[in-house]
Design a protein. Sequence first.
Lengths: 125, 310
Amino acid sequence: VTQPLLVLDPDSPLPPSAQVAEQLRVQIAAGRLPAGAPLPSVRQLARDLGIAPNTIVRAYGELQEQGWVAASARRGMTVADVSAQARQDERRRQVEEAVARLVMTARRLGVSGAELRGELDRLLD
Amino acid sequence: VDLLDTYQTYELNGSALLVYGVVLLAVGPVHARFARRRPPARGVWVKDLLMLGVPEPVAVPLAAQLADHARRLYRTVRLASAGAYLVVGAGLALATLLGWLAAAGITPATEPGRSLGLVLLMLPLMLGVGLGYPLAVARMPRSAAAGPRYADLRQRRVGDYRPPWHDRLLMAVVAVQVGVALVAGLAGGGWPVALPAGLLVLILVIGQVLLAIAAGVRRVVTAPDPALARRGDDLFRINVVARLHAAECLLLIYACFAVGLTVHSVGQLAQAATVIATVTTFAGAFVLFVLVLLAPSPVDLRRLITLPSG
């Protein structure tokens, strides 16, 4: 079983709390973190990533508001029971954003649509 | 026998432990000088990392990082053990000066006194390993150039680094010893019989708390691929947990013998109960000793550590 990791990118324009929330959303949407799976404590996450505990509290709070995680007194923070449709929507949103970034970069470089499709086909094969 | 009695006197009044603390502090400069002449032992780390599926180009710099962490860990563990010896020694010296130990019947001539001496000798070593690791990690630098920071998406537990049945067996052994001490105490031994058994429980609790801390301290090993860095970090952590677990088991063996000795000193006990106590004590000690021998090896790591990267 692959144990997912959360990696902080110091060069990312996103603040650490947004990076944490985004990566957790992706892992849940991809099904790598199943419903009910316990998440690490705020202290452990903050220590591992070398960031303030408040940053993790903010990320968990945001995810809780959006319904991706649930807090319980007994089990701490766990993955919420997200519907398959919501997970599918999130995956589509993530892919659309990534493709939009790719297309923008390709346009800046003057890469044609055919060239881009060819490169994508080569990578996917 | 006279020499042993004299030694136990010095141990119980804290002098021997204070001397051990000072000696451990003095070893520092000698070891530093010795270490400068010897290259760090990276070969073993490289071998273990390769066994864990880490590619050689990554394993070599990772092993250098682990060897450096091990050097820092050794220094901190030595200082923490020295501190524990000095604190426990000073506490005993104070208790002796105030007459608390004599009032409680803990002297080199009594069984609780002899038992306590053995346990007190080993306790600072366990505390040294258990407290030295989080202290060393707190001071370890995390090079941003070596790789990004990463975190597990689940709570790390001691069970990730050793089989869970180890804990259950330890608890069963302690429960048997406490039961034996309880019977001996009710059979006429009184509260002094409960002292080594109480120590046994205290050692187990301290050991488990230190192990939980060791499992939870932050990730320090970094590499361009965080999944490979995590394998290196787990390899380092499992070695610390194994050492701490071995120290806990050895200390429990001493405390088991202490329970046995104290139970035997109770004259009112029926012969059968004494035999049962002896058998359970030695069985418990043997089981614990086997546990020490079974401390996870790099081969076990393949099973315990999550191998796929990602």
